[in-house]
Design a protein around this ligand. Structure first.
Ligand code: SAM
Length: 329
């Protein structure tokens, strides 16, 4: 079992498989992108398999594959096939922008991977294009519809962006009214590759709930698992649910059960902290290093910040130059 220095059990790994993305969301990175890793600077599929195995051996029972855009990585399905056979791993999920997932939907089904988070910040083509700086709305929409129709557990992640997509908060809930989908609204965070720094947001979790409550007064709060980052609700007459994630307000740190490994092998114990170790060299030096990898993970979680605010204070001047695409959102 992995237990951190604050007594929290760490059982959830967010594993980034690439930092590359085919979209250029303006709240995530500058228009020209970031300094993306060269392919030899990324963990290879066999290294990703090995690190997953080692961590599952240490008590990780849930892995979310993220990036960058996971499906931009051509060999992703090989990793997923391996993970789906891993004893002790109960939950595999993928976070994706859904633009490249189409050809893999049948394969995911065959592997039994059903939990897909789709990042979608607008249901209007023009707004989507303005935010993502790309013209992929129709493909994303078609893939989303297909994932829902094929019975995947779909959650939509919608970042509420001042002056950009507020007008879509209610329409996205309306569009999903007749589907068993969870729409999760997230606060914007300043991990945008240095494009814009801020200490305050207009659309915090209180403002989002207030806005939704005005349109749908008949909603109620749902019970959520202790480690859930989202506060979840149901609107009367809607098949699905909605959730709000205070990702900038950070009200959920007390029950954090997560560990991140980036595509370059950095170990991150808090989204708002700097990497505390890197596994690349250890993994490349050979099999005999398994014990060292385990030890590095144990050490990393033995000095975790208690909250995202504490982690941020440790690196106050430099933390927000990073992009979520390199952290593994
Ligand atoms: N490409 C995949 C996707 O689009 O879901 C996975 C990687 S993406 C970095 C993961 C999540 O981070 C997405 O839901 C994205 O909207 C979110 N994200 C990126 N930058 C963010 C920011 N500055 N604030 C809040 N969420 C952000």
């Amino acid at each position: 079992m992995l237990i951190d220095n604050h007594g929290r059990t760490i059982n959830y790994l967010r594993l980034a498989v690439t930092d590359r993305c085919n979209l250029r969301c303006n709240y995530c990175m500058p228009a020209q992108g970031i300094d993306f890793a060269k392919s030899e600077e990324l963990l290879s599929i066999s290294e990703l398999k090995r690190v997953s195995e080692l961590l599952v051996g240490q008590g990780i029972d849930k892995i979310r594959i993220t990036g960058g855009e996971p499906f931009a990585r051509k060999d992703l399905m090989e990793l997923l096939a391996h993970l789906s056979q891993l004893k002790g791993l109960d939950d595999i999920s993928v976070t994706t922008n859904a633009s490249l997932i189409g050809p893999h939907i049948d394969g995911l089904k065959a592997l039994g991977i059903k939990n897909i988070n789709v990042s979608l910040d607008s249901i209007k083509r023009e707004t989507f294009q303005r935010i993502t700086r790309r013209d992929g709305f129709d493909t994303v929409h078609d893939n989303l519809v297909r994932l829902i129709a094929e019975g995947f557990n779909v959650r939509i992640n919608f970042i509420v962006l001042e002056g950009q997509n507020e007008q879509d908060i209610i329409p996205v809930l309306e569009a999903m009214k007749h589907h068993r989908v969870s729409v999760r609204f997230l606060e914007e965070m300043p991990f945008n590759g240095g494009s814009r720094n801020f200490n305050k947001i207009k659309w915090d979790h209180v403002a989002i709930l207030d806005h939704i409550g005005k349109a749908y007064p008949k909603y109620h709060k749902l019970e959520s698992p202790k480690s859930s980052t989202s506060i979840n609700y149901k609107i009367r007459g809607h098949m699905g649910t909605f959730g709000i994630i205070p990702s900038f307000s950070r009200t959920f740190c007390g029950s954090c059960n997560r560990l991140r490994i980036t595509a370059r092998g950095d170990v991150i114990t808090c989204l708002y902290g700097r990497p505390v170790a890197n596994l690349m060299d250890l993994l490349r030096e050979g099999k005999h290093n398994d014990e060292m990898v385990r030890k590095t993970i144990l050490e990393a979680i033995s000095k975790r910040a208690k909250t995202g605010f504490e982690a941020q204070r440790e690196h106050a001047t430099t933390i927000f130059d990073r992009s979520m695409t390199s952290i593994g959102g």
